[in-house]
Write a protein that binds this ligand. Structure first.
Ligand code: SF4
Ligand code: SF4
Length: 462
């Protein structure tokens, strides 16, 4: 198969690059994969090229090119593995357009494990391909900022001034940022509102269960969630304690490592994962609860992320085995708290499936079951509900055009249900949908399902 004009077959397949972020001496000539966990040829060969996955793939839906589909990318991995295509700008761009949404794993009738393939592919790119200077600078900014909540916290003050002083309005109306860098403009357009709560650390380290204690659970705070969506974390604590859980919140916890892990920053992801495991050491919790879809998927992958670390391998597996999405957990153990209606009239809700819950963790029924237990809630289903909203971690910052088209489609589809409100289980998805709703003609409230459950338990009306 012809991949792309510039993906010309080359000879001398080499597979001996070092297992570190050290780049090979002659990048332009680098062929094949290095030996450190390359995409498994057996997994590549499992693809029978039937094409059933194509229409479920958001990058294929927007770009319409075979090489931006799961099948095309698997062909490309095969060609690189055999030394027939180089790791060049032309080939890397097709992997960069992949959102990592994993819809193809749900669609594939042959069970191709594209999740494992793309997870192995991305670190190969970061080790063996030299990105352009602007791309490197942007990625450096993202990876040295977003996975560190304490660094993000330092930016809250300047960010609040930027938002409240009118400077944000001015920057947006002038539109200069987009001309300087579409990626920086995308980042700016997604900025969540800074509130007074963002500055406070409102969650204690130990919160007792209400009534009879059923479980002792740990809680992950997330990075964006703790700073920009503190209400979601507070609601999670209240719902857990109201349902018989003692909640432990280790104060030393940082990021879950989803962001660097999804972008092939292997060593950074490993370091952050080790810190998370250490922070829960000795807490003796029955489960570790997370309320953000993307983080949950990565936390369940710790055994894989730390597979080469003899000191942490077993601890990582033990940690991952305890991780539960909060909705998955609540449906499994059952609600004991009493629920009341959120308003006098029936409430129509549309639940947005976050990819890392739906495709990554195969969790789609529990959030709906929980919402339907709230008296008066009527769920509506959007068309193309399994299609990514374009958020995909930092994808909407790195690939703003594709992300914008997906965001607009998602907002339109959710609004077309006529629901009064959107329930979204992931902060990145909520920001992306919120950004694109005005273009679709409406601006509905978006809440995390756990916030709605919390209102219902406390008898708070919308
Ligand atoms: S990944 Fe699966 S669905 Fe897609 S072309 Fe290959 S075998 Fe078919
Ligand atoms: S992970 Fe998503 S974007 Fe990437 S190939 Fe699969 S369906 Fe397409």
């Amino acid at each position: 198969m012809q991949t792309s004009d510039s993906l010309v077959p080359q000879s001398n397949h080499s597979s001996s690059a070092p297992p570190s972020n050290q780049r090979p001496a002659t990048l332009a000539d680098f062929q094949g994969f290095d030996e450190h966990h390359p995409p498994d040829p057996k997994l590549i060969d499992a693809c029978v090229h039937c094409g059933f996955c194509l229409t479920t793939c958001p990058s294929y839906r927007v770009l319409g090119t075979e090489m931006d589909s799961p099948r095309g990318r698997i062909y490309l991995m095969d060609a690189i593995e055999e030394g027939k295509a180089p790791l060049s700008e032309a080939s890397v761009q097709h992997f960069d357009t992949c959102l990592g949404c994993l819809a193809c794993t749900t669609a594939c009738p042959s069970g191709v494990q594209y999740d494992k393939l793309i997870a192995a592919m991305r670190p190969q790119i970061e080790r063996n391909y030299s990105r352009s200077l602007p791309d490197r600078l942007l990625r450096h900014l993202i990876f040295s900022l977003f996975p560190y909540p304490e660094r993000l916290r330092l930016l809250l003050g300047p960010l609040g001034i930027y938002q409240k002083s009118g400077l944000q309005k001015l920057v947006r109306s002038l539109g200069w940022l987009k001309q300087i860098s579409p990626q920086l403009a995308a980042m700016e357009s997604l900025l969540p509102q800074v509130s007074l709560k963002s500055f406070q650390n409102s969650i204690p380290t130990l919160i007792p269960a209400q009534g009879q204690q059923r479980y002792r659970v740990g809680m992950i705070l997330g990075c964006v969630q703790r700073l920009f969506f503190p209400d979601v974390n507070e609601a999670t604590v209240r719902v857990l304690t109201a349902n018989g859980c003692e909640v432990v919140v280790p104060p030393t916890q940082g990021c879950c490592s989803a962001l660097p892990a999804h972008q092939g920053q292997e060593q950074q992801a490993q370091a952050i994962a080790r810190q998370m495991i250490d922070s829960f050491e000795g807490t003796n919790v029955d489960f570790i609860i997370i309320n953000a879809a993307g983080c949950g998927h990565t936390l369940k992958e710790y055994g894989h992320i730390l597979q080469d670390d003899p000191l942490y391998r077993e601890k990582a597996k033990a940690f991952a085995s305890k991780v539960r999405d909060v909705q998955e957990f609540l449906v499994t153990v059952g609600l004991t708290a009493t629920l009341s209606p959120l308003q006098e009239q029936p409430l129509t809700l549309v639940y947005h499936d976050a990819c890392h819950l739906l495709h990554g963790q195969k969790i789609s029924v529990p959030p709906r079951q929980l919402l339907q237990q709230i008296p008066g809630v009527q769920l509506r289903e959007p068309i193309d509900g399994a299609l990514c909203c374009g958020s995909a971690g930092v994808y909407n910052m790195l690939q703003p055009e594709v992300a914008a088209e997906l965001g607009q489609q998602k907002a339109q589809n959710l609004l077309a249900t006529g629901a009064q409100m959107i329930a979204s289980p992931n902060p990145g998805c909520s920001l992306q949908i919120k950004k694109h709703m005005p273009d679709a003609g409406k601006d509905l409230a978006i809440m995390h399902p756990i916030e709605l459950l919390d209102y219902s338990i406390r008898g708070v009306q919308l």
